[in-house]
Design a protein around this ligand. Structure first.
Ligand code: CP
Length: 316
């Protein structure tokens, strides 16, 4: 019997088991195979379904990727845009979402600057909710596409040494990856400015290093994180130049990683701040593969929360 996905919502990786994560990644592989060659642009898996995106915060990759995923599954799509909505007239989040629900979407994909906003909507409506990034809390679809990309390059997550570098405190991507990678048996090492590393982060099963060189040493995967200026109450370092000098990743530092390492970044990247200009386009970089894989992973997320199973003919 094929494994089934029991969750109506995906609000965080913390809520998922290693079996859930494996099922999502295996289903995403089925969808990625459709990308070709030869490319199959659409499958009927979500015909008669409607996917609504509600982004209360800017996005390039996640929003377009969920939209593309829904279209490739033959779902109808509807996009809510916060800046041109009645939010500007003072409508609350929950009233807005109840009105979105009344338009009968099958699932709402929500990004919001407040941690917990997608869970609040899930608990106060009857519709399926996917978290597309909430405050500092979690960004589950990003971590799933990151784990997919690691697995694609390294076959298994078990025993991988993964270095997460930069602003861990304000990074929902870091939090979701830590939950996911530790559940999947990877060894997670973190490093960054001490003002951007949560004090009790070791309790999540990660190893903390003062020097980024020690985190990068022999790493199979080096993942850089953006400095989240918009989420900081005040600037936690003197200047971008200073940050690069002490915490920026250079080709010299990357020589310490395992020979066949991959370099990852969720985007958007700050060249010359968290990484040297040339690294983003270097031969070890899989940054744009992450973006392509994001479509397949989000197809799997939409498909599974709406009741699909990995063996269904609608996938092919
Ligand atoms: N990685 C990521 O979440 O990018 P966007 O903010 O562009 O969606």
């Amino acid at each position: 019997m094929s494994p089934s996905f029991k969750h109506k919502h995906i609000l965080g990786i913390e809520d998922l088991s290693s079996k859930d994560i494996t099922l999502i990644l295996d289903t995403a592989k089925r969808f990625k195979d459709l990308f070709g060659p030869p490319p199959i642009r659409k499958v009927p898996a979500l015909r008669n379904m409607m996917v609504m995106t509600a982004f209360f915060e800017p996005s390039t990759r996640t929003k377009l990727s969920f939209d593309s995923a829904a279209k490739r599954l033959n779902a109808d799509t509807m996009a809510f845009s916060a800046s041109t909505s009645s939010l500007v007239k003072g409508e609350t989040l929950i009233d807005t979402c109840k009105n979105l629900e009344a338009m009968q979407p099958s699932v709402i994909v929500i990004r919001h600057k407040s941690s917990g906003a997608p869970r609040f909507v899930a608990e106060n409506t009857d519709v399926s909710v996917l978290n597309a990034g909430d405050g500092w809390h979690e960004h589950p679809s990003q971590a799933l596409l990151d784990m997919y990309t690691m697995r694609e390059n390294k076959r298994s997550l078990e025993g991988l040494k993964v270095a997460l570098l930069g602003d861990i405190t304000h990074s929902r991507v870091a939090h979701s990856n830590i939950f996911g990678l530790t559940k999947m048996g990877a060894e997670v090492h973190v490093s960054g400015p001490s003002t951007m590393i949560p004090r009790d982060i070791e309790r999540l099963g990660v190893v903390v290093h003062k020097r980024i060189q020690d985190a990068v040493a022999d790493a199979d995967v080096v993942m850089l994180l953006r400095i989240q200026l918009e989420r900081m109450p005040k600037t936690l370092f003197p200047s971008n130049r200073e940050y690069f000098r002490f915490f920026g990743v250079t080709p010299e530092i990357m020589k310490l990683a395992a020979k066949d390492h991959i370099l990852m970044h969720p985007g958007p990247i700050n060249r010359g701040v968290e990484l040297a200009y040339e690294l983003a386009d270097g031969e070890k970089s899989v940054i744009l593969d992450q973006v392509t894989n994001g479509i397949a992973v989000r197809m799997a997320m939409l498909y599974l929360v709406l009741g699909g199973t990995i063996e269904e003919e609608a996938i092919t």
